[in-house]
Design a protein around this ligand. Structure first.
Ligand code: SF4
Length: 368
């Protein structure tokens, strides 16, 4: 069995580490690219959202490298991601890519015993004991969390660093190391070095950078190709920011939580009280963080065709109009031109700076 799954940010790095640790191989699709997106789009349903088209290309690329089994989360809606598994299978089967599919449906859809069976089938080719597999899973989870802690610090420090670009470089170096490393222990050492480097950065505490929340559709938030490397661009602009969605966050809230080990924030959300698919509710929850921690603005990113995030955008539009909330919503489409996005981000940051300087926040109505 040669396993693969679509690319999602650094998920292939973590997957490779895990499978290596338990004596299996993960087939990693090629990097997302414009050519790949065109290939994926050419056989995808026309009006499906952007991540689907990239995933089609990923799975063709993995097939060409010899993969025969796909692991795919499938939550049975309500947004399209829940049905991606089934639709991907139909599209790829029709074009001759006849994969075996292991769909990781939610417990409410298929029941815990069934889900366990499917999870066990993923590691059936491993010679490791159950204890060793669990240890590897825990190790990779630690790697994910530690790397995300490092990224979090880098996003915050980028607005304060004395030597511009240092925190970005540390994250990039660490990511390169993780992509090459052959064991979890080595990965943890790389991360330790990364944390030491970032903690020894020279920061200018007197700076008052623009602070924003970066939120939006999960795939776009995590995948740098889909968001045109927005994180690096913000760092280059000397902005301090927090990102609300990550792979570790998704694991906590989707994988670990349903298994009963972890209870996440189920706070009532007055703006979107019901689940409408994707993570629109979490996107809008950014407003609570915004009010609590003195941020200057919110950037919401979403791919073209995303239904839940359009609803979140309309909530932000209302808050922007009624409450003077500074929000920039960027819809990424299949076009490669970056100048338009960059100009809008620069204009938004510029506007936030002027607001900050004019101290317009004084007297802004607090609504939580
Ligand atoms: S959240 Fe949006 S982009 Fe993601 S699968 Fe759902 S509809 Fe598509």
């Amino acid at each position: 069995m040669r396993i693969t799954y679509p690319r999602l940010g650094d998920a292939h790095i973590y997957g490779r580490l895990l499978f290596q640790e338990i004596g299996m191989e993960l087939v990693i699709p090629d990097h997302n690219s414009q050519i790949g997106l065109e290939r994926g789009s050419s056989i995808s349903p026309e009006d499906i959202c952007l991540p689907f088209k990239l995933m089609v290309d990923n799975l063709i690329s993995a097939w060409e490298k010899g993969a025969d089994t796909v692991i795919m989360p499938a939550t049975m809606g309500p947004c399209r991601l829940g049905e991606y598994g089934e639709v991907l299978k139909v599209v790829l089967d029709r074009h001759g890519y006849k994969y075996n599919w292991i769909l990781l449906d939610s417990i409410s859809a298929i029941g815990l015993p069934n889900l366990k069976k499917r999870l066990v089938s993923i590691v059936e080719d491993s010679n490791c004991s159950r204890a060793e597999i669990v240890r590897a899973l825990k190790g990779v989870y630690t790697v994910i969390k530690e790397f995300e802690k490092l990224e979090k610090k880098a996003r915050l420090y980028s607005g304060y660093e004395k030597q511009a670009g240092k925190s970005k470089e540390i994250v990039k170096k660490c990511r390169r190391g993780l992509a090459r490393t052959t064991s979890i222990n080595m990965a943890l050492k790389i991360l330790e070095k990364g944390h030491n480097s970032i903690e020894s950065l020279e920061l200018d505490q007197l700076k008052e950078p623009i602070k924003i929340i970066l939120t939006g559709e999960i795939f776009t938030c995590i995948d740098s190709f889909s968001n045109h490397n927005i994180e690096e661009k913000l760092m280059d602009m000397g902005v301090s920011f927090e990102k609300t969605i990550s792979i570790g966050w998704w694991l906590d809230n989707t994988v670990i939580n349903p298994l009963g080990g972890y209870f996440s924030n189920k706070r009532f959300n007055e703006y979107i009280p019901y689940r409408i698919g994707g993570y629109a509710k979490e996107t809008v929850s950014g407003i609570y963080r915004f009010n609590k921690a003195n941020f200057d603005g919110i950037i919401q990113i979403l791919p073209v065709g995303c239904m839940p995030e359009i609803v979140a955008k309309s909530v932000f539009d209302g808050l922007s109009r009624d409450e003077n909330l500074p929000v920039l919503s960027i819809v990424f489409d299949e076009m490669v031109g970056e100048a338009g996005y960059v100009t809008r981000i620069e204009a938004f940051i510029d506007m936030l700076m002027r607001r900050k300087n004019l101290n317009l926040y004084k007297g802004r109505k607090c609504y939580i």
